[in-house]
Design a protein around this ligand. Structure first.
Ligand SMILES: Nc1ncnc2c1ncn2[C@@H]1O[C@H](COP(=O)(O)OP(=O)(O)O)[C@@H](O)[C@H]1O
Ligand SMILES: [Mg+2]
Length: 251
């Protein structure tokens, strides 16, 4: 699998306190990755750097975009804004949905911001809502939906533009455990289930356990990464097989 996002030596500080202190991470296209860690460990900061919401103080973020490799960390604000609109989708704990609009309008708006006509946008939006189990609720305002239904609207909104990478920051943080599991079903099915990449931040082990890969942060550094061992080895280490003794002697 190819790397879709790669960071090298990522640093970000707020005042004197480092939020990221040297993060190297390769995310493969089509995988689901949970970024875990205690509150304040740098999870949101890492997600924001990966998604081009903020720029790191040092280090690079590379993206294998639809039109070729791009260095997100070197882009200006308008380039990053365009990249976010065209290539990425976002699901947050709450907040991106406009309460005065209906479910359908909230999802359609994401497409209309990119220039799609209202009629066309509402057709796509209705299809996404339906695929997330929300058929019949199109005309409800967000306040008239349950928390789990509203998060599924947010999932539809994040993906209706055709984004290949979905970033989710504590998407189940405001939900009870049963609803949380249902929202995770919807999120996983609609992203990695369709070949997209999911980058999810959570401090909930049950939610993280639903993802194929677990990356744990502590004090702005990766302290654990469950990526399959073979994927972490350098190519030279994969070839050729050596007798165990000689491997040990060469260290
Ligand atoms: N906008 C900000 N201004 C000042 N400090 C911040 C800001 N964002 C994050 N921080 C600090 O950076 C550290 C990492 O924060 P964050 O990435 O939000 O962690 P997490 O998402 O794991 O809780 C924390 O110490 C936090 O207080
Ligand atoms: Mg956070």
């Amino acid at each position: 699998m190819t790397n879709i996002l790669s960071t090298r030596n990522l640093h970000k500080s707020y005042g004197n306190s480092p939020a990221l202190a040297g993060v190297d991470l390769d995310l493969r296209a089509g995988e689901s990755v949970a970024i875990m860690g205690a509150s304040g460990s740098g999870k949101t900061t890492l997600l924001h750097c990966l998604a081009g919401i903020i720029t790191p103080d040092a280090g690079t973020v590379g993206f294998a975009g639809p039109s070729g490799p791009q260095t997100i960390s070197a882009m200006n604000e308008s380039e990053r804004s365009r990249l976010r609109r065209e290539c990425f989708g976002f699901v947050f704990q709450q907040g991106l949905l406009l309460p005065e609009l209906t479910a359908l309008e909230n999802v359609a708006l994401a497409l209309m911001l990119g220039g799609t006509s209202r009629t066309q946008a509402e057709i796509y939006a209705a299809q996404w809502l339906s695929s997330l189990g929300l058929a019949g609720l199109e005309q409800r305002r967000i306040g008239e939906l349950s928390g789990g239904q509203a998060q599924r609207v947010a999932i539809a909104r994040a993906q209706v533009t055709g984004a290949g990478v979905i970033f989710a920051d504590e998407p189940t943080g405001a939900l009870d455990s049963k609803t949380s599991a249902e929202v995770m079903d919807a999120l996983l099915d609609s992203t990695v289930g369709r070949g997209k990449t999911l980058v999810l931040v959570t401090h909930d082990a049950a939610v993280a356990g639903r993802c194929a890969r677990l990356v744990e942060l502590r004090d702005g550094r990766i302290v654990r990464d469950s990526a399959p061992l073979a994927a972490q080895l350098l190519p030279a280490q994969l070839l050729p097989a050596q007798p165990l003794d000689s491997v040990q002697l060469s260290r």
